[in-house]
Design a protein around this ligand. Sequence first.
Ligand SMILES: NC(=O)c1ccc[n+]([C@@H]2O[C@H](COP(=O)([O-])OP(=O)(O)OC[C@H]3O[C@@H](n4cnc5c(N)ncnc54)[C@H](OP(=O)(O)O)[C@@H]3O)[C@@H](O)[C@H]2O)c1
Length: 295
Amino acid sequence: MTNVRVGLIGLGVMGWRIAKNLREAGLLIGGVYNRTFDKALRFSREFGVEAFKTPSELAKASDVIITMLSDDEAVKNVIAGNDGVLSGLRPGSLVIDMSTISPSVSIELANTIKSRGGGEMVDAPVIGTSVAVERKEIVVLVGGSEEAFNRAKDVLQYTAKTIIHVGPNGFGLYAKLINNALLGSYVVALAEVVQLGKAFGLSDSIILDVLTKLSSARSPTSELKVPKMLSGGDYSVQFALKHMRKDLDIVNREASMRGVPIPMASLALQFYRMAEKMGLSEEDFAAVLKVLTKQ
Ligand SMILES: NC(=O)c1ccc[n+]([C@@H]2O[C@H](COP(=O)([O-])OP(=O)(O)OC[C@H]3O[C@@H](n4cnc5c(N)ncnc54)[C@H](OP(=O)(O)O)[C@@H]3O)[C@@H](O)[C@H]2O)c1
């Protein structure tokens, strides 16, 4: 394992922490790339790995390339754009895309990589936020061949607790999307009952206890998000609201294509859209509460 050179592209909230875990495990030898080069330089100085100027150069220096990027456009640009991963990919290389993107885009990129003889790609989206990455407790849902899954697992075990082979390309993302359809709707419901509890005159500590300790609907998400909602101002980002809106957009598109009714996730999407109109895109998605309070 130690002679596998891993490179990572996308040093955002999640990618930075994943790269740090892999560096500390001695794996991140291929180096890093980030669109905003300053961030790559900062990582390079802090952790002593090379910062590449293009995804293509990073791909030439890596056996396994991890991408952790915002959305469809970002992944398409980084893999198939000018000086993208594809132009530097060596035969036998593996691309592990950990971003949450449209399954159709991911499947198309995986087919392109295979047909050009460069290597293989798996979709490997993540359940768990930045805190879970720091604790190496994330869940990774992998779509791709059995062989590619095993290679991906050899690397991801240094930053994740649970790594599951869901099925062929795209299936890691399908599994991720049902999770985020639930999560997005659940956090809107949490915001609603936090406000209701306040209107009833319940104290913050009772609301907190009910929703995070006593309720049969308590969850790791209520533990993380209810304190943020009650503190009324701490929306420091764990998972950006713009990313939840993006995920619910994908969920709605995929469901529409299949004629599947998803009234809850469709309604939740409207809440996150309204929140974005209020300028909350970069805040944590728990800030969706402000749609109800007009803060
Ligand atoms: N944060 C979470 O809790 C969490 C949990 C599970 C899944 N996810 C998913 O994981 C992915 C990354 O999330 P994150 O929170 O790490 O996002 P983030 O902090 O917003 O980072 C996004 C990264 O993508 C890069 N990027 C954006 N647009 C680009 C483009 N057009 N070309 C090249 N690079 C581009 C950014 O580069 P710059 O630095 O130049 O902007 C940055 O490195 C998303 O798909 C998200 O839905 C996040």
